[in-house]
Design a binder for this molecule. Structure first.
Ligand SMILES: Cc1ncc(C[n+]2csc(CCOP(=O)(O)OP(=O)(O)O)c2C)c(N)n1
Ligand code: SF4
Length: 262
């Protein structure tokens, strides 16, 4: 039984009593690893096949230099992180930014090293609320438009109800980029309306355009909201460059639906 993820089917089959006869082998029997990728090398021994020696070429390591994954060139998240980091640097050491899951999680790595946590979808806002309760000031977090509409709205409602002293950056790139460019549930003004609908004061919902050209404007907006004691949402709005074509198509399709509905 070669099953990705949790040994779900294997467990149900074992509940039928088949596993006691050892007819089925898999993760529960320890024949396959429970963690990591189900690579050919992990599976081959189950069929009595030897693991093939990995490719070793003299001097290969000099040519293929290992490097961590990184944001695409011209990614809007890069410009958002540059502005956020420059403002944070003005505040001195020790400022932490709660991160979330999406392309922008790569902001944890070099060259940005701009976020300091990454737990699960939607966790950044709740973590920032908790940190603010524990006395962290400023308490900052970043979340993508896809993740915000997936599981970030409930904690933002919480933050709005108690006017938590946190600064939430919604990185609205108009797409769910990390998982392959699926349509996002809300972008542009829809995000703003959602945020306002959850109870965040429109005065403290700010829109910035993360580009190198507008960096100083973005930084000024961040500084203004840092001076406010209470909840602020700063929407960094700029479309993902890699999925530009798909975003155009999705927006045109949405417009068609709106026209038909009207
Ligand atoms: C509970 C859960 N469901 C799905 C995923 C897969 N996943 C990883 S990132 C992501 C969304 C990223 O979209 P967005 O927040 O818009 O960020 P972007 O990648 O566009 O920067 C999803 C659905 C996950 N990590 N956890
Ligand atoms: S796919 Fe889009 S959001 Fe993701 S790193 Fe590339 S440009 Fe940035």
């Amino acid at each position: 039984m070669v099953e990705e993820g949790y040994p779900f089917i294997e467990r149900y089959i074992s509940a039928l009593g088949l596993m006691t006869e050892r007819r089925i082998r898999g993760k529960l029997t320890g024949d396959l690893p429970r963690m990591g990728e189900l690579s050919q090398d992990a599976i081959r021994p189950c069929f009595g096949l030897a693991v093939e020696p990995s490719l070793q070429l003299d001097g290969l390591a000099d040519v293929l230099v290992a490097r961590p994954p990184r944001l695409c060139d011209k990614c809007p998240h890069s410009d958002a992180y540059i502005a956020i980091k420059e403002v944070i640097a003005e505040l001195g050491a020790g400022v932490r930014v709660m991160g979330d899951i999406g392309c922008y999680s790569l902001g944890y790595l070099e060259p940005h090293q701009a976020i300091h946590s990454c737990l699960c979808m939607g966790s950044s806002i709740g973590m920032a609320i908790g940190a603010a309760h524990a006395g962290m000031n400023p308490s900052l977090c970043v979340i993508g438009d896809g993740t915000f509409t997936h599981s970030g709205m409930a904690p933002l409602l919480d933050a709005a109800r108690e006017n938590s002293n946190i600064k939430v950056f919604i990185l609205d790139n108009s797409i769910v980029a990390m998982t392959g460019g699926q349509p996002t549930m809300a972008t542009d003004e829809e995000v703003v309306d959602l945020v306002a609908g959850l109870g965040v004061s429109r005065k403290h919902i700010r829109i910035v355009e993360p580009t190198a050209h507008k960096k100083h404007q973005t930084m000024a907006t961040i500084r203004e909201e840092l001076a406010h004691t209470g909840l602020s949402v700063i929407v960094a709005r700029r479309a993902c460059v890699t999925y530009a074509k798909e975003i155009k198509e999705i927006k045109a399709h949405k417009l068609d639906i709106a026209v038909v509905a009207a």
